[in-house]
Design a protein around this ligand. Structure first.
Ligand code: G4P
Length: 279
């Protein structure tokens, strides 16, 4: 499967991020808990060099619970403060505050040694499109939303949300572009819907998804669609089309329609909580 991308968008997003990142102390990176590797752009490591790093495994409500702790351990080993979250659940996000406080500790101590007191620590949300950045900012900061406004000369044009006495959050997230020279990365992003469907051959993608599911979550397709799993994926998709009444011209199974149905069910966790990437 081959994907295209638009370098213009990428360059612009990267430049904007470079500017914003200079203003902040803590980078809070959102990744998709179902694909914690592919939804992470390695460029951020260079962009965020010297900053405290938090990684939030978002959409954890759709990920296999058995893998969440493993991923948290994996990222903790790499030096991040890591947490699994559901950005739609406001009350679950209190733990993020504690994490920010923890990340800020060193910074505050450093400032204190230099004689700088009471300077709020600044945080910023980054992540690839559709990973839940806006949802997170709304749920997390919506309540505490005392926008501090522009500060001439220092943070021109930037809006900060004051979370508490010590922490301010930049209200516009940084957009990271997914990196998928590697076709597997592209495939995993497409599974979760992180790549727009116009760029994708959905039947081919659905066949890949069938292969993944029958190997890693055997019984899932059979349980949901009453299809046979021990057969070539194209036959499983044909059966799925028949079972679900995806019939096209001349009473032939409509593969595209069946593919869309399967992808939509998977993306909305109607097939259960499934993690595509394991540490
Ligand atoms: P972005 O700013 O990073 O581009 O992402 P955004 O917040 O717009 O979120 C993209 C989609 O993901 C939204 O769904 C949002 O509701 C959903 N989402 C975000 N975080 C979570 C989460 O932790 N769990 C689940 N299950 N979904 C999450 P949408 O279908 O585009 O909109 P809507 O359903 O909210 O109307």
């Amino acid at each position: 499967m081959h994907f295209q991308w638009y370098p213009g968008h990428m360059t612009k997003a990267k430049r904007a991020m470079q500017e914003d990142i200079r203003l902040i102390d803590v980078v809070i990176e959102l990744v998709d808990a179902r694909i914690p590797l592919s939804s992470k752009n390695p460029d951020i490591d260079q962009l965020a060099a010297g900053k405290s790093r938090i990684i939030l495994l978002n959409k954890s409500d759709m990920a296999d619970p058995g893998f969440l702790d493993l991923w948290i351990r994996e990222y903790t080993k790499k030096g991040y403060l890591a947490l699994a979250i559901n950005a739609r659940k406001k009350n679950e996000l209190k733990k993020v505050n504690a994490l920010i406080q923890q990340a800020c500790k060193e910074k505050i101590e450093r400032d204190r040694k230099r004689g700088i007191l009471n300077r709020p620590v600044r945080a910023m949300i980054v992540g690839i499109p559709n990973v839940g950045k806006s949802t997170f900012i709304n749920s997390f900061a919506g309540r505490a939303c005392t926008k501090t406004g522009n500060r001439p000369g220092i943070t021109k044009g930037k809006q900060w949300i004051r979370l508490n006495k010590q922490v301010e959050l930049l209200d516009t997230p940084g957009i990271l572009w997914p990196k998928f020279e590697d076709q597997t990365v592209g495939q995993h992003l497409a599974f979760t819907g992180a790549i727009r469907d116009e760029l994708i051959q959905s039947t081919e993608l659905a066949l890949d998804l069938i292969d993944f599911l029958t190997e890693n979550y055997p019984g899932t397709l059979n349980q949901h669609y009453h299809v046979e799993e021990r057969q070539p994926s194209v036959d499983t998709l044909r059966q799925l089309a028949e079972v679900r009444g995806c019939i096209g011209k001349g009473s032939e199974p409509d593969f595209d329609k069946a593919a869309s149905l399967l992808l939509d069910d998977f993306r909305n966790a109607r097939l259960g909580r499934i993690t595509v990437e394991r540490p």
